[in-house]
Design a protein around this ligand. Sequence first.
Ligand SMILES: Cc1cc2nc3c(=O)[nH]c(=O)nc-3n(C[C@H](O)[C@H](O)[C@H](O)COP(=O)(O)OP(=O)(O)OC[C@H]3O[C@@H](n4cnc5c(N)ncnc54)[C@H](O)[C@@H]3O)c2cc1C
Length: 378
Amino acid sequence: MSEHIIIMGGGVIGLSVAFELQSRGYQTTVLEMARCGGQASGAAAGMLAPYSENVEGPDPFFQLCLDSLRLYPDWIGRVRERSDVTFEYSESGSLYLSYHEADRLALEGRLLWQREHGSTGAIIDGPDLFDMEPLLSRQVKAALYTPEESHLYAPDYVRALEDACRSTGGAIHEQLGRVSVLEWRNGIVLEAQDGRRFSGDRLVVCSGAWAQELAETFDLPLPIYPIRGQICAYALDDVAGDVDGKAVRHMLFGNQGYLVAKANGTLVCGASEDVAGFDTSVTERGIERLRGWNKQAIPALENCAPFHQWAGLRPSTQDGYPFLGGLDPAAQVMFAAGHYRNGILLSPITAKLVADRIENKALPSYYSYFAPGRFDMS
Ligand SMILES: Cc1cc2nc3c(=O)[nH]c(=O)nc-3n(C[C@H](O)[C@H](O)[C@H](O)COP(=O)(O)OP(=O)(O)OC[C@H]3O[C@@H](n4cnc5c(N)ncnc54)[C@H](O)[C@@H]3O)c2cc1C
């Protein structure tokens, strides 16, 4: 009989891990406190942007992000094959904007090292830039174009993953309240709030910003914190004016935010980074700050108001790296949590690495940087 693996948390990470393991012949059960995709994963802008998100240099986290981006086309194909839920996946490319001549040097420096890591990007300026993005502010002096970056529509992607898990025979239980770990040293036993118990051979903790709650259970420091992201959406038609074709064609990044146009006719603009505990409310100040940056990038937004605003809790960690790997030498308990701003991007590689570790396959050299026990000084 195949191993039975319990997965705590039904966000993009838990569902991706479940889908990968089901595909490899394991039996999985996802235990979700509320609704699958109801937290950070359903709130995300869905950008798959390792180059724009990692501006300092090619550290292990960048490598992880890049490997995940490269898995995406095949991964998307596999999810689509097993799910009836359709979702947008667009290889749009991105533009990282700079407003000052002096910032061009920084863009050029970034391009140099990113080219060594697969980018075919270029610095674009003048009329070429405005041909690519007609609505862009003429205050933008130059942009780093990265054709490799893409995006998807996160709420639908998560629904498709959920459907793909079920269609491959995975069990998913929702509305369980906070699930707790009763036993993990000799077999796995978890308990839902109504007293229902679930047992298995192995546990993968994918509970996002809530993973910190397991520090006492495992007697391990787990510095994972929620960082609220407030985000909003405009109707693209309100912005387009007389521009032919799609009004905003690439993902637009700046050092204060991003804009990404979706196939459903919305322009998604994110996102704040607030320390607000587990509070997911939207504040007037948060959205006003976003609107300030948005109209700096696209002046036509001056006269538009977002029709939708929401917020989610990114699972941030003390050192910015996710917790990925086994707790014990046999990896009976594994962690896949703390993906902060890049959990959608990192979903395929996380699923692959969890499954490869379970199967004792060769792991990339950067894997050890994400060890869940790295803060344990005892
Ligand atoms: C505004 C915003 C924009 C973002 N944009 C992007 C983006 O463009 N690209 C990108 O790659 N990433 C983006 N992110 C980050 C991304 O959303 C997260 O990194 C990712 O969703 C984390 O996934 P997760 O499954 O670990 O967490 P979650 O989606 O939070 O899922 C964790 C799940 O665990 C459940 N849970 C918690 N505790 C328990 C328990 N005790 N028992 C049972 N279940 C439990 C929760 O209910 C939740 O459903 C964004 C995030 C935000 C907030």
